[in-house]
Design a protein around this ligand. Structure first.
Ligand code: ARG
Length: 456
């Protein structure tokens, strides 16, 4: 039964019904739809808009409908368009006129806005918990090898030595901002739109604050037209997840490089890799690659949502039904990544010897020599030039930087003393970086302590 029957003499054609349905993707809102309806009828009865006995009957039946859906007992039909109508029509079939009182002072426009907000609130809480697990896995792996030294890169070229733990903790910071962004979105999601009606509120004496309190929202929306028309809260959530994807994708790129034969810094557990159907020796980092790949969809969803909303006149337009597909896809994609990534990190093995071997190139310490000169009063640009000349000398004489004698070094760096010859030790280079935020042993140990306490 279509719930808006009165105005229509002809029922929809099958193609149209199929074209306009949203039940295939909005059925996941059932629990939140029922939660919202129960709060709504509680308020309607308290305001004497419907009898208390009717409210009680509706609430009991809504609970039964929830169980029925959970047990797979509801038949979803395109003719009933969406989850709101499936639930309401099941209610009316069971309760008759009593059930037909539920939708007083409500439109599907404010109802769907409410449902998405309720759903997103829970989804965000779950995603934040997942991000915390992800951070924990990274902190644990960093803590397992707190003194492992590796070459740090800029332009994917060897730059300066860093602690492996410092590198992992960089991602812990990024993920922390992702979690913060989501909890910031949650503040704007947590505003109660019901009572906005189709667009202009209601003539019935409803108590919106009561519904707000029952559903634990921070406040009610101030403008009924805004409340049914805008989806910015959904778009910013998708944008926050796109940013999360960008971070995971960069980590993936590092993981993929590190697990290659060329780097050999880590090895992923077999369970997180696949082989090749052709080449027997292959072990591919699929989880990292797929996370990088799925990030494309996280970006696409933001674009889809922004484009969906950009040309809409106020207020509700049917276009908005399409918001759920990209939004849910972003939530699902982020959740899927969070299900597999932390255990992959937790089980990867770290080859500290290989990292250390790659970090032994004395050229990684060239900046340390220039900074030593600055300590002796040489202007940095001059120091940079002198060390550059030393590098050139070494290339011309086919030597590594740590193979020159003091006399040779003094050709380009007159200030050099015996101490300079010791600067090419990666451990010394790391130890000297005890600046706040630096890669010094003490600094990184402090960061590890900070994070393991924060994430407890
Ligand atoms: N299925 C619709 C959606 O998801 C529900 C709201 C429909 N409102 C309307 N006036 N047709 O957006």
């Amino acid at each position: 039964m279509a719930l808006w029957g009165g105005r229509f003499s002809e029922t929809g054609r099958a193609e149209l019904t199929e074209f306009s349905e949203s039940i295939s993707f909005d059925q996941r809102l059932y629990r939140h739809d029922i939660l919202g309806s129960k709060a709504h009828v509680t308020m309607l009865a308290a305001q004497n808009i419907i009898p208390q006995s009717t409210a009680d009957a509706i609430k009991a039946k809504l609970d039964e409908i929830k169980d029925m859906i959970e047990q797979g007992g509801m038949e979803f039909k395109f003719e009933l368009e969406d989850i709101h109508m499936h639930i309401e029509s099941t209610l009316i079939d069971a309760l008759g006129d009593e059930g037909a009182r539920l939708h007083s002072a409500r439109s599907r426009n404010d109802q769907v806005a409410l449902d998405i907000r309720l759903y997103l609130r829970d989804a965000i809480d779950e995603l934040i918990a997942g991000i915390r697990e992800f951070q924990k896995a990274l902190v644990d792996r960093a803590a397992a090898e707190p003194r492992a030294i590796m070459p740090g890169f800029t332009h994917l070229q060897h730059a300066q030595v860093v602690l492996f733990a410092h590198h992992l903790l960089a991602y812990v910071e990024m993920l922390d901002r992702d979690a913060e962004r989501l909890s910031d979105c949650r503040k704007r999601i947590n505003v109660m739109p019901l009572g906005s009606g189709a667009l202009a509120g209601s003539t019935l004496p409803i108590d919106r604050q009561k519904v707000c309190d029952l559903l634990n929202f921070d406040r009610v929306t101030r403008n009924s037209m805004d409340a049914v028309a805008d989806r910015d809260f959904a778009i910013e959530t998708a944008a926050a997840l796109a940013m999360f994807g960008m971070h995971v994708s960069r980590l993936s790129e590092d993981i993929i490089l590190w697990s290659s034969q060329e780097f050999g810094f880590i090895e992923l557990a077999d369970a997180f890799c696949t082989g090749s159907s052709l080449m027997p020796q292959k072990k591919n980092p699929d989880v990292a690659e797929l996370s990088r790949g799925k990030t494309a969809r996280l970006y696409g969803n933001v674009t889809a949502l922004l484009t969906l909303c950009k040309g809409l006149p106020l207020t509700y337009n049917r276009d908005l039904q399409e918001d759920k597909i990209p939004l849910f896809d972003s939530l699902d994609t982020a959740k899927a990544i969070l299900n597999v990534y932390p255990p992959m990190i937790a089980t990867m093995s770290i080859n500290a010897d290989r990292m250390r071997a790659m970090a032994s190139d004395p050229a990684l310490m060239a900046t340390d020599v220039a900074e030593k000169l600055v300590e002796l009063g040489v202007p940095f640009r001059t120091a940079h030039h002198r060390v550059g000349s030393l590098v050139k000398y070494c290339r011309e004489h086919n030597k590594q930087l740590d193979e020159v004698t003091l006399e040779e070094m003094q050709i380009t760096i007159p200030e050099a003393t015996a101490e300079f010859l010791e600067l090419f030790d990666p451990e010394i280079s790391v130890a000297k970086r005890e600046i706040v935020g630096g890669t010094g042993y003490g600094q990184v140990a402090g960061q590890l302590k900070f994070w393991s306490e924060k994430l407890k």
